[in-house]
Design a protein around this ligand. Structure first.
Ligand code: PMV
Length: 312
């Protein structure tokens, strides 16, 4: 018998970059995201004699995954599992494959092993694998905030039908993973303290902009929050940069489009891809412009998607 679950990546509009200094994989700052449709992680689990993990058709060893299973097993009866996971998009390239991967895995294990966890508790467990995975348990606009640090839906996907155009500028895996990147930043960037202090304000402004569907206000806070995170990375020792020349060209392109009156803003996670968030009216023009930007390999158009779920 097998159980299959599907989850989507999410993109943070107010980012988390830095963890609390205690066990449990807690972000240091409140954060907020939207869940994508189109991109999927599909994960199937089955009982077997010893754990095996197959990612996109290849058998792999994954320390994050083994650590996650160990934590789950300290609390629940979970037999050895064969886990097969497939992404329909580049893996570990800053497209949040760990978010969708751990959300799909947690959902599949919850069903397969009859853990009977509700979505918020499952989200808390997914957070132990990858903090952003907590948010992919829900669709629409999602928050991950104190005191519980369990993800919560802020608004459903129909509240504000925004579009997201992802400009893929490299399909290579990133060289420095987010956990190491965050550790380095917290330990060495002179701006880390200011980042933590400013996070609650960014979160409140983004939350209010989403509730009011105020595109300009969301654009302002989300872009600045993204640039603050990348400034932290640049000022880490040794320095950390996830961008390439095309990332910068896309940032400039989005600014040109906005100067022409289009409703669009960018965000970038721990990778060189640009995510342009725009209104449905402007999505064709945004996608065409990004496709023509030097260094862009391809674009992927998404809307806002559902949370993690079992496959019927
Ligand atoms: O969930 P992690 O540990 O892979 O880190 C995610 C970090 C960012 O994507 C850059 C920001 C975020 O809040 O998703």
């Amino acid at each position: 018998m097998t159980t299959t679950a599907i989850a989507h990546p999410n993109i943070a509009l107010v980012k988390y970059w830095g963890k609390q200094e205690k066990p449990g994989n807690f972000p240091a700052t409140p954060n907020l995201s939207l869940t994508l449709n189109e991109l999927t992680s599909t994960t199937t689990v089955a009982k077997t004699t010893s754990d095996a993990f197959v990612l996109n058709g290849s058998k792999v060893e994954d320390a994050k995954l083994s650590g996650f299973l160990q934590k789950l097993r300290a609390r629940f009866e979970i037999p050895p599992l064969k886990i097969e996971s497939n992404n329909n998009f580049p893996t570990t390239a800053g497209l949040a494959s760990s978010a969708s991967g751990f959300a799909a895995l947690m959902t599949a294990i919850n069903g397969h092993c009859a853990l009977n966890l509700d979505a918020e508790s499952a989200s808390e467990w997914a957070r132990m694998g990858s903090a952003s995975a907590a948010r992919s348990m829900f669709g629409g606009f999602v928050s991950l905030v104190p005191p519980t640090w369990r993800a919560q839906p802020l608004a459903n996907k129909d509240h504000w039908p925004l579009c997201i155009v992802i400009a893929v500028t490299s399909e290579e895996s990133k060289k420095v993973g987010s956990t190491e990147g965050m550790r380095r930043t917290a330990a060495t960037s002179p701006f880390y303290k200011a980042w933590v202090q400013g996070a609650a304000d960014d979160y409140t402004r983004a939350n209010d902009a989403i509730v009011a569907r105020d595109f300009g206000a969301l654009a302002e806070v989300a872009e600045l929050n993204c640039l603050k995170m990348h400034s932290l990375m640049l000022t880490s020792v040794p320095t950390l940069s996830y961008w390439n020349a095309a990332t910068l060209a896309c940032i400039e392109q989005v600014q040109v489009l906005r100067d022409k009156g289009l409703h669009v803003f960018f965000t970038i996670d721990a990778g060189p891809q640009i995510k342009a968030i725009c209104t449905p009216k402007d999505v064709d023009n945004v996608e065409a412009a990004l496709q023509q930007t030097q260094g862009v390999i391809k674009t992927i158009r998404c809307g806002i998607g559902h949370g993690a779920r079992l496959k019927a």
